[in-house]
Design a binder for this molecule. Structure first.
Ligand code: HEC
Length: 158
């Protein structure tokens, strides 16, 4: 690999990891798809987040027996899911359908993006906490992810 290619790859990787250079809402194209499809897509992502969060929540609350292996699995699945591009599911003003998305998403796109990045970072921190095998740290990291979900919902969801 030529040096310039390596440097370019490294820069691209950083860009991807930090979300730098992410598309603005206006750049997201429906590409022949409808608002309804975008609404379906983003809610499907939310369902995957919630599926994993609920399993961990039950263990944190004591509604289910704590199982470190299961907890770690859901933490990793959640973290994977947060790396799929959620923002793509929010093309400009895609509110034509049954949706809880507020117009503030598009008037404060940078703020919306930050909430998304916070969740991604906290999901990664949750995996790190789980891997440290410190149950209290994992519990706290889990709560932090929950607060990241709520932080976005409070401002951007009906
Ligand atoms: C960047 C903002 C953002 C983040 C972060 C976020 N959500 Fe959402 N969520 C939304 C928006 C906006 C909607 C409404 C989408 C729609 O109806 O079109 C939504 C809808 C939902 C829904 C379906 C509606 C409902 O209230 O039943 C669930 C479930 C959900 N989110 C769970 C989660 C969970 C769990 C997390 C954290 C792991 C999370 N969300 C993180 C913005 C976010």
């Amino acid at each position: 690999m030529k040096i310039s290619t390596a440097v370019f790859s490294a820069v691209m990787l950083c860009a991807l990891l930090t979300g730098f250079g992410a598309a603005s809402a206006q750049d997201i194209s429906l590409e022949g798809k409808s608002d309804k499809k975008a609404i379906e897509y983003r809610n499907a992502m939310m369902a995957v987040y919630a599926w994993n969060m609920d399993s961990m929540k039950a263990m944190v609350n004591g509604d289910a027996k704590f199982n470190a292996k299961e907890f770690a699995k859901h933490a990793r699945e959640l973290e994977h899911a947060t790396r799929l591009d959620l923002l793509e599911g929010f093309p400009a003003d895609s509110t034509d359908g049954f949706t809880g998305a507020l117009p503030e998403i598009w008037t404060d796109w940078a703020g919306f993006e930050r909430k998304y990045q916070t969740m991604q970072e906290r999901a990664a921190a949750l995996v790190a906490a789980v891997e440290s095998r410190d149950k209290d740290a994992a519990r706290e990291a889990f709560n932090e992810v929950g607060r990241a979900c709520g932080g976005c919902h409070d401002r951007f969801k009906d």
